[in-house]
Design a protein around this ligand. Structure first.
Ligand code: B12
Ligand code: SF4
Ligand code: SF4
Length: 369
């Protein structure tokens, strides 16, 4: 028996290096899904939840938000192939007890691959997944003949998690992440927009919502960014604050940031579905032990050149040298450890005004504790 479109995609996606994959139809114009896609993203942005992430606020000539409707942004696209790649690793969680004076870099940003010479080279999921999507795309073209397609990781004109749900990859957790019954939420998403029609009998069945009465993620979020089930005010999220936000961090959220210096894993670390998530053992996304519970004192001594060397090809470079040092200063202040005072005093007289002010704040925090 020939494989169904769904089976073919899943099989080829696994061969290309993904954990799982599915295909979703772009909703018909005026359908409840189409209206919801348009309205939920637009109201989310218009309520100020996107903070300073200007790329989410881009509008087309008609004045609509580019990411609010695939139908408007890519009218040729009839379906979206959604692929998931697990990055779970056999390493501690951010909520576990950590060595004194350690910071936290989000799990997704620890990744590396081994070069032919046995060297560890930082890897970034954007590049890793994009190459796999292109491989999958080529292999589908071999099988199915010509069709239009375009691969994206993060940068496409769509909310990937919406299509992940339609493609049956998982359900939307109360922390807004897509959860898969087997993988938990430790996976990245990548998409291929295609002109392929998905016949009715090939529509993926939606994964059941398995959050039940649990609210652990909402209860654990230190900054109140999860304002309700499936509701995120990104301008309060530590991931946004430590990666995307430039300039000084908001005063009222500094203490709640704790020891996170790049991204945040708390609402996933507490999730019961992540307890049994399998270890990915992906050769292109192996953990870098030096970035797990990294010593703040070590990172604070990095020069701009060291930062470039350590994070070239890594997602961490997005925070930039200035941003990472600002985050380290805040985490040092939150540690209450006097041993950080000399470094903070040095930073307090730096010409980088944001760093200097963050260091002054941290000094006050330590002296008060
Ligand atoms: C902007 C962005 C962020 C922002 C905003 C996060 C957010 N929740 O929106 C910040 C910087 C905070 C962030 C953080 C993180 N991110 Co991010 N991010 C993105 C990005 C680029 C766009 C997301 C977006 O448009 N958000 C806008 C809002 C409206 O979307 P939403 O919350 O998903 O809401 C949709 C659905 O939830 C649904 N919905 C809304 N209400 C309801 C109610 C019900 C009942 C249901 C069923 C559905 C539903 O409709 C909404 C669509 O309009 C995507 C990639 C992409 N292009 O999609 C990655 C992406 C979502 N991020 C990802 C990751 C890994 C992270 C972090 C884990 C990184 C980290 N460790 O620090 C955290 C997780 C924080 C969290 N709890 O979400 C992955 C998620 C993988 C997964 N398994 O879900 C993605 C898909 C990147 C990727 N290519 O893999 N991210
Ligand atoms: S990533 Fe951290 S700050 Fe953001 S919603 Fe989750 S727990 Fe809250
Ligand atoms: S912690 Fe609980 S409520 Fe939050 S995503 Fe996981 S199962 Fe759902």
């Amino acid at each position: 028996m020939p494989l169904s479109l769904h089976e073919l995609i899943a099989q080829k996606a696994v061969a290309a290096g993904f954990s799982t994959a599915g295909i979703a139809r772009v909703p018909d114009p005026g359908s409840p899904e189409d209206i919801r896609e348009r309205e939920s993203f637009t109201s989310w942005v218009e309520q100020g939840n996107a903070g300073e992430m200007e790329y989410l606020k881009r509008r087309n000539d008609a004045g609509d938000l580019v990411r609010s409707s695939l139908r408007a942004a890519a009218p040729w696209a009839k379906s979206v192939i959604v692929c998931a790649a697990s990055y779970h690793s056999d390493q501690p969680l951010s909520i576990h007890t950590a060595p004194e004076g350690a910071g936290w870099i989000a799990r997704y940003a620890w990744t590396a691959r081994q070069s032919g010479e046995g060297q560890t080279i930082p890897s970034d999921y954007h590049n890793v997944l994009l190459k796999r999507l292109q491989k999958l795309d080529a292999s589908l073209h071999e099988h199915l003949g010509p069709f239009e397609s375009k691969c994206y990781v993060d940068t496409g004109p769509l909310v990937e998690r919406v299509y992940a749900r339609y493609a049956g990859i998982g359900w939307t957790g109360k922390n807004t992440c897509i959860l898969n019954q087997k993988l938990g939420s430790w996976f990245f998403l990548g998409v291929i927009l295609t002109s392929l029609e998905v016949p009715d009998h090939e529509r993926a069945s939606l994964a059941a919502d398995r959050c039940g009465s649990c609210t652990r993620c909402i209860d654990a979020c230190p900054t109140g960014a999860l304002t309700g089930p499936h509701q995120m005010d990104a301008s309060r999220c530590i991931s946004y604050l430590t990666i995307e936000k430039r300039g000084p961090l908001p005063m009222d959220l500094r203490e709640a940031i704790g020891r996170q210096i790049f991204g945040c894993d708390i609402c996933q670390d507490v999730c019961p579905w992540n307890r049994k998530a399998p270890i990915a053992a992906d050769p292109e996304m192996i953990p870098r032990p030096e970035l797990v519970n990294p010593a703040l004192g070590w990172l604070a001594e990095l020069s701009q050149e060291d930062f470039g060397r350590l994070f070239f090809g890594s997602p961490v470079k997005r925070a930039k040298f200035e941003g990472l040092r600002r985050n380290i200063a805040i985490a040092m202040g939150n540690s209450g450890r006097k041993e950080f005072l000399p470094k903070l005093r040095e930073w307090a007289s730096e010409s980088d005004a944001v760093l200097a002010e963050s260091a002054e704040w941290a000094i006050r925090q330590i002296e008060r504790s």
